[in-house]
Design a protein around this ligand. Structure first.
Ligand code: ADP
Ligand code: VHF
Length: 381
């Protein structure tokens, strides 16, 4: 069923800095308010909306005394600390004028790599959406160190879409979709209106940002779309400046690029999204060629297929799964500690009962296993 014919959908809207700021880098109230008014149209139609908004650094750097967007981390963080408040003030005022309440959620990557905090974020967003609130999410720029950053809000928005099980992700930018090449470099570049798979050609065509305020360019948007596709979520990329872009994108009538996951795409559930994109692997398991073939066929990993165990980890840890050539083929949650796996590796289901007291037959259950070869997106990107 097309989204245009169904109500009460959960939509994640990502708005980039370039769509919210004036030529001088200040927050443009006019641009921001028009986008809020469009989100309100979705709310009035019964849809739930989560907004992932950039703009904190862009909104704050001039008030910090910088003439252009700063490049040093402390200055960017200081600018975000000024700008985030201004951004939320502007959003809140406009939503309130329409009778809706906005809330602020600032996230760091470590919030998502901790499974409890990840699930807690989902519960919080669900409560807000149930009560008709519009959660507005940004990376917690002020306190995040470079090494622990999502880095760009495109990727963050795709991860949030997976977290809340969104029906559609809308990425709004200063360009009306994905082109065969950056149109700023080649005026003959062609808009791709429908994309079913991110091919190597598409990856190669996606370049950096041309604007002074944008961060990730088309490259981070394509990375984001790959994560959304692996999570089974359709995405749209379009120009924030076009009238009714948000409303029309949900109706699927807006000009832009529509990315549709294929029926046989991996469609990772939230549990496996966490393993694939957020967890911190603690050890390695090297598997035989037979086990590798089974894992690729959505089967569990059994102790009999394990050749070596590397590192020290407890039962329940996420581990990297490698083939005998040392190539990573997936990630999974180990049902056993490294100590026990070393004892039972290479043994059949029947034999392991004589080696250790109790435990499941599988070393890693297929529900807890994500395989590279089935995903078009790097694990833990
Ligand atoms: N293949 C491409 N198709 C469209 N835009 C591209 C492509 N490659 C690079 N770009 C650039 O990416 C820019 C959008 O990214 P960015 O400036 O980071 O926006 P935002 O602030 O909305 O995140 C476009 O303005 C365009 O110059
Ligand atoms: N978190 C940063 C924005 C990071 C980012 O991805 O920016 P953009 O490429 O404009 O979406 C901020 O609020 O300034």
């Amino acid at each position: 069923m097309s989204l245009s014919t169904i109500k009460n959908k959960r939509i994640v809207v990502k708005i980039g800095s370039s769509s919210l700021t004036s030529r001088h880098g200040e927050i443009s109230r006019r641009k921001l308010e028009r986008l809020v008014d469009e989100i309100v149209m979705l709310k009035d139609d019964g849809h739930e909306v989560v907004l992932v908004s950039s703009g904190a650094v862009a909104a704050g750097y001039r008030k910090l005394g910088c003439l252009s967007r700063p490049t040093s981390l402390p200055e960017k963080q200081a600018a975000a600390s000024i700008g985030q408040g201004l951004l939320m003030e502007a959003y809140s005022e406009r939503f309130i004028s329409h009778g809706y309440t906005a809330s602020q959620i600032l996230i760091t990557r470590s919030d998502f790599s901790d499974k409890k905090r990840y699930n807690n974020a989902r519960n919080t967003i669900n409560v807000l959406l149930d009560r008709g609130i519009v959660p507005i999410i940004n990376e917690n720029d002020t306190i995040t160190v470079e090494r622990l950053k999502f880095g760009d809000n495109d990727t963050l928005s795709a991860k949030v879409s997976g977290l809340v099980n969104a029906d559609q992700l809308l990425i709004l930018s200063d360009i009306d979709g994905l082109y065969t090449e950056d149109p700023r470099n080649n005026p003959d570049a062609r808009l791709l209106e429908e994309v079913y798979e991110i091919t190597p050609e598409i990856e190669a065509s996606a370049g950096d940002s041309a604007s002074e305020v944008g961060t990730g360019g088309m490259r981070s948007k394509i990375d984001a779309v790959k994560i959304a596709m692996a999570s089974g979520i359709p995405s749209f990329l379009g120009d924030a400046a076009k009238p009714n872009i948000i409303y029309n994108a949900v109706q699927e009538t807006a000009r832009g690029t529509y990315f549709t996951p294929q029926d046989d795409s991996e469609n990772l559930d939230v549990r496996r999204q966490w393993i694939a994109f957020h967890s911190g692997p603690e050890g390695e398991i090297v598997v035989s060629d037979e086990a590798k073939a089974e894992i690729t066929e959505h089967k569990s990993l059994y102790p009999t297929g394990i050749e070596y165990v590397e590192g020290y980890f407890k039962k329940g840890a996420v581990v990297r799964i490698k083939d005998i050539d040392g190539i990573q083929i997936g990630l999974g949650v180990s049902n056993y500690s490294s100590k026990d796996l070393i004892k039972i590796k290479g043994h059949t289901k029947e034999e392991i009962a004589d080696i250790i007291d109790f435990g499941p037959q599988e070393a890693i259950n297929n529900a807890d296993l994500v395989c590279h070869t089935r995903l078009a997106v790097p694990l833990l990107s």
